[in-house]
Write a protein that binds this ligand. Structure first.
Ligand SMILES: [Zn+2]
Length: 249
């Protein structure tokens, strides 16, 4: 089986507190949540999982006033610095979902196919009202990204040898997670179905949820399939990490 190399790249932060990411548990200790993207390669393909935010000012004025981003955290700058990759070299993007902090820079990767669950695309255009503000259309709609670049998948799909997506709904209706075969075992890049590792390891949903029952089904699916996890906003992972991701209990 093909083994992939991965790198976690921090492309911004969101100021929050523990009760903001572990369903209102009453711990108000402040936490700074990184926004992670992942660069992955099998030696041939250059793949990005999520693309972070674009245009910090519009994000702060819109969906997330507590978002921060240093210049060197801007996605294209960070990708060049950490991987030496130019945007045109990236041939494949996987969006775990289409919230503003996961797809903001899709538009800069002109040669990439962009994989998302068909259900996520549909619900991003017809979101339930409580999460509508998280779908920031200038980042993902047909005006931002040419339609031919999108690759809509339905359910579990092997994209390349050693690289697959599985449906993990709950945070959004069409959320997916990525399974990557690495030297240390299967790594799940979990997007926001697992916002921090405590969500899955303490079995507590995060706060932004459209279907709580599905969250717990998704946790089971991830536990069955992966050994390691990179949650979308895990704060115990170091910028540039290539190994040593949190274990799934
Ligand atoms: Zn999200």
């Amino acid at each position: 089986m093909v083994k992939w190399k991965v790198k976690a790249i921090q492309v911004g932060t969101i100021n929050s507190n523990m009760s903001g990411v572990l369903h209102y548990i009453g711990e108000y200790r402040p936490v700074v949540l990184p926004i992670w993207i992942v660069a992955a390669t099998d030696g041939k393909n250059k793949v990005l999982i999520d693309t972070g935010i674009d245009d910090l000012a519009s994000v702060v004025a819109g969906p997330e006033p507590n978002c921060r981003q240093e210049k060197e955290e801007e996605t294209l700058t960070a990708l060049k610095k950490m991987m030496g990759w130019e945007p045109e070299e990236v041939n494949f993007i996987i969006n775990t979902h289409l919230h503003f902090d996961h797809c903001g820079c899709n538009k800069y990767f002109k040669n990439a196919r962009i994989c998302v669950q068909k259900k996520e695309w549909e619900s991003a255009h017809h979101p339930i009202s409580s999460t509508a503000f998280l779908y920031y259309r200038p980042f993902f709609d047909k005006n931002a990204v040419p339609y031919f670049q999108w690759q809509f998948v339905e359910g579990e799909t092997e994209l390349m040898p050693g690289l697959a997506v599985i449906p993990t709904p709950g945070h959004t209706e069409g959320h997916q997670s990525v399974l990557i075969n690495t030297e240390e075992g299967v790594l799940c890049v979990a997007g926001d179905i697992v916002t921090i590792a405590d969500n899955i390891n303490r079995n507590i949903e995060a706060n932004i949820v459209v279907d709580a029952a599905k969250v717990y089904e998704s946790f089971v699916r991830i536990r069955d399939r992966a050994r390691l996890i990179l949650p979308g906003h895990e704060f115990s992972v170091k910028n540039g990490a290539e190994s040593g991701f949190p274990l799934i209990d």
